[in-house]
Design a protein around this ligand. Structure first.
Ligand SMILES: [Zn+2]
Ligand SMILES: [Zn+2]
Length: 346
């Protein structure tokens, strides 16, 4: 099959179009013919060597996959040939530990992130995923949209609904608002009844961010302190921040909270450490929280939100497999609004 393979860490052009064998089908595997695969910032940091946990070269990136079931292993009971499916971000979970049984399989000790190790990932014609990490795509949901239901929508759903517990009328800040996660975070925060403030570094993105549902858009230069403006438009600061950026905006984000704020970390764009005096937390009674990827239930819920038209998948562009190099350049530079998809059939 054709796939984009990364042999060793480096610039986007280490992604090479290659001919590789089909990945071996294990007993609980479902083989999917890839329709669409989202290009995620996660793929940028595994490719350039910033993220090393669980990464094994060579690998085929890609964990945001939709496609058709073309083969199933002998122990597969939940899926059949011809069905349309979407992946959660994992390739394997144990299925029986406390986390897996409690719907918290994102924390399963055995979890294997899809596309981080070896020649089995979504930037390919075919990918194998164990059945516990898949959901059926409901009729009426486009395959392009289904591809990003887990990572770009489901992770924000996790952050806003489960971790942040956003309530109607609360003031919510979304950082990285023009990115693939942020643009859906705005929609979901709005859906939760929040007063939504978005921070972005791009004037061009502001209109689309407003269109996604932000009440206020704060445009700021890279490295600038946007907190005074956030406190001004919210009348004192925010109750919750869905933080898709992490270290690069850590200090201005910290100063954007009102009393009792909940700071939900979702994304981290660099490997930088940050400076924090713990007193800075309790002076404002802040809580630091984090949301990690998407459970299968959150994936199903995201697909259902798409089916009902309550959330709109923001797809910026679709490219053939070899477009991964250009896609990585655009994602790394923060130039895209919403997701870029790779479609092996193009
Ligand atoms: Zn992703
Ligand atoms: Zn488990």
């Amino acid at each position: 099959m054709r796939a984009m393979v990364v042999e060793s860490p480096g610039e986007p052009d280490v992604l090479r179009l290659s001919e590789v064998p089909l990945p071996e089908l294990r007993p609980r595997d479902v083989r999917i013919r890839v329709d669409s695969c989202g290009v995620c910032f996660h793929d940028v940091v595994t490719r350039n060597g910033t993220m090393r946990r669980g990464v094994e070269f060579p690998f085929i990136p890609g964990h945001e996959v939709s496609g058709e079931v073309v083969e199933v292993g002998p122990q597969v009971t939940q899926f059949a040939l011809g069905q349309r499916v979407a992946t959660a971000q994992r390739r394997h979970i144990c299925g029986h530990c406390r986390e897996c049984r409690g719907g918290q399989e994102t924390s399963c000790e055995e979890r294997e992130f899809l596309g981080d190790a070896g020649l089995n990932g979504g930037y390919a014609e075919y990918v194998n995923v164990e059945e516990d990490n898949l959901a059926l795509v409901p009729e009426g949901v486009a395959m392009e949209d289904a591809a990003i239901a887990a990572c770009a929508i489901g992770t924000e759903l996790n952050a806003i609904r489960e971790v942040g517990k956003v309530r109607p009328g609360e003031r919510v800040l979304v950082t990285g608002a023009g990115g693939g996660l942020g643009i859906h975070g705005i929609q979901l925060a709005r859906l939760a009844g929040a007063f939504v403030v978005a921070v972005t570094t791009s004037e061009e993105k502001a209109a689309r961010i407003r269109d996604a549902g932000a009440h206020e858009v704060v445009v700021t230069g890279r490295g600038e302190d946007f907190s005074a403006e956030v406190r001004r438009v919210t009348g004192g600061g925010v109750d919750v921040c869905i933080d898709n950026v992490g270290s690069p905006t850590f200090q201005p984000t910290r100063k954007s909270f009102d009393m009792g704020g909940r700071w939900v970390f979702v994304g981290q764009l660099t490997g930088e450490f940050v400076k924090l005096n713990p007193a800075q937390l309790f002076f404002r009674n802040l809580s630091i929280l984090s949301a990690k990827s998407t459970s299968r239930q959150q994936l199903r819920d995201s697909l259902e939100l798409l089916r009902r038209g309550m959330v709109r998948a923001e797809i910026e562009d679709r490219l053939p497999l070899e477009g991964a190099v250009a896609a990585h350049r655009r994602v790394e530079a923060g130039r895209s609004v919403g997701r870029i998809l790779l479609r092996p059939g193009l």
